[in-house]
Ligand binder design. Structure first.
Ligand code: FAD
Length: 389
């Protein structure tokens, strides 16, 4: 029989359709050629060349990939997931860019925007000619956004927004910000174009994680917006939370890619690194680590395929997404740390991807619902008791 593929011993890839495999291979090629050779340097310098990459990602068809119409690809959930997996195998910052643009900014406009808003923004965002962000978190409200302080009040026919948002991916480089604010009618979403008077963004510096990604603070100081800046289709936290659910779905796939990249890097390294006159792969302790990684990558991949198929069948519930997010991010982080030990001192440099992945995954563990919050979502799902407060 043919030799088993160490990177996919159970052949989970065979559960994908031909079309999904084509997406996988196309995105992998893009990531290998356009991202992988450069991303260590971007990470070290703390930059992400978004303007340059966005049109290429648009061309690749991954921006708002799972949305229909308006220049979007209209892919299945699994195809979108597979794309996230290959993007994050290169770097979590790249996948974050695509998640924020497609699943948070575009998805919010697609689900809740007026026809005019959709026509104006979605084709531009899908092509990567425009960049979007999604601003929910505030300095004092992260896991619990209910009491957010950003306010929008009506003034004549206009809206006036005041407040600040924190940790906003793509914040300072966005042409359009989807900003969530408290109003007399509950939480509502607003489209705030770049350059609107009173709207400023300042980048967060000193990050040790997700360095190849722009993270910003947004300040809204009496920002006047026309009546048609509000997303008409939703009131209440259901709006932002439903978009977050879409982005988390991308994360449960993406982290399989980061985990696989750490595992295969460690496997290759172990086979060529000689100590005590033998490849370190020949030591039982190394083999145990590699086998644990392989088991966990494959299980996480299976979880992703299962949740993707549920999503395509219209049967995916928020608890399923929490299952995948909690399990797969945690798994990827453990694999990254274990891979780092196999690489010894080389493992701490940007020459190899493992510590970059491990550091990135710290952010992924926290954003889009922390691991604690997803534990509580699952706790409620199985016990019927809510333990958030
Ligand atoms: P907190 O909510 O203060 O939590 C701190 C700790 O307390 C965590 O361990 C948490 O799990 C725990 N905790 C809180 N409540 C409970 C509870 N009830 N029970 C048990 N434990 C609890 N936000 C956006 O809106 N848009 C973005 O684009 C965006 N991008 C981001 C990019 C990066 C790199 C990072 C790091 C964050 C980003 N975020 C973004 C913010 C992110 O969503 C928040 O950081 C996250 O929701 C957690 O909020 P917090 O950091 O305020 O932590």
């Amino acid at each position: 029989p043919a030799r088993l593929d160490p990177a996919d011993l159970l052949s989970v890839g065979e559960l994908l359709t031909d079309e999904e495999r084509l997406v996988r291979d196309t995105v992998r090629k893009f990531a290998d050629e356009r991202i992988r050779p450069y991303v260590g340097d971007w990470f070290e310098r703390g930059v992400f060349p978004a303007r340059e990459l966005a049109p290429e990602l648009g061309e690749l068809g991954v921006l708002g990939m799972h949305l229909d119409g308006y220049g979007c690809t209209g892919s299945s959930a699994v195809a979108y997931g597979v794309a996230c997996m290959e993007l994050e195998a290169a770097d979590s910052g790249l996948r974050s860019f695509v998640s924020v643009q497609g699943s948070l900014a575009m998805r919010s406009i697609h689900a809740f925007g007026s026809e005019e808003q959709k026509q104006q923004w979605l084709p531009e965002l899908a092509a990567g000619r425009a960049i979007g962000c999604f601003a929910l978190t505030e300095p004092d409200f992260g896991s619990d956004p209910v009491n957010m302080r950003t306010r929008a009040r009506r003034k004549g026919g206009d809206w006036v927004l005041s407040g600040s948002k924190m940790w906003i991916t793509n914040g300072s480089i966005s042409d359009i910000a989807v900003v969530w604010a408290q109003t007399e009618e509950g939480v509502r979403g607003f489209l705030v174009p770049k350059g609107t008077p009173g709207f400023t963004a300042r980048d967060v510096h000193g990050k040790l994680s997700l360095r190849a990604s722009v993270t910003s603070e947004l300040v809204l100081d009496e920002v006047v917006l026309p009546a048609d800046a509000v997303l008409p289709g939703v009131q209440g936290l259901r709006g932002p939370l439903s978009s977050l659910n879409e982005a988390r779905y991308g994360i449960l796939w993406g982290t399989v890619g980061a985990a696989r990249d750490c595992y295969t890097t460690a496997l290759d390294y172990a086979k060529s690194r000689i100590q005590f006159e033998r490849p370190i792969a020949a030591f039982q302790l190394t083999q145990q680590k590699l086998v644990e990684m392989m088991l966990e990558v494959e299980k996480a991949y299976l979880v992703a395929v299962r949740i993707g198929r549920l999503k395509d069948a219209g049967q995916c519930r928020p608890a399923h997404i929490s299952f995948g997010k909690l399990n797969n991010v945690r798994t990827a982080l453990e694999i990254a740390r274990s891979a780092r030990t196999i690489l010894g001192a080389n493992g701490i440099t940007v020459e190899y991807p493992v510590l970059r992945h491990a550091n990135n995954l710290e952010s992924v563990l926290t954003y889009e619902g922390t691991s604690e919050i997803h534990t509580l979502v699952l706790g409620e799902a199985i016990t019927g008791e809510a333990a958030y407060r």
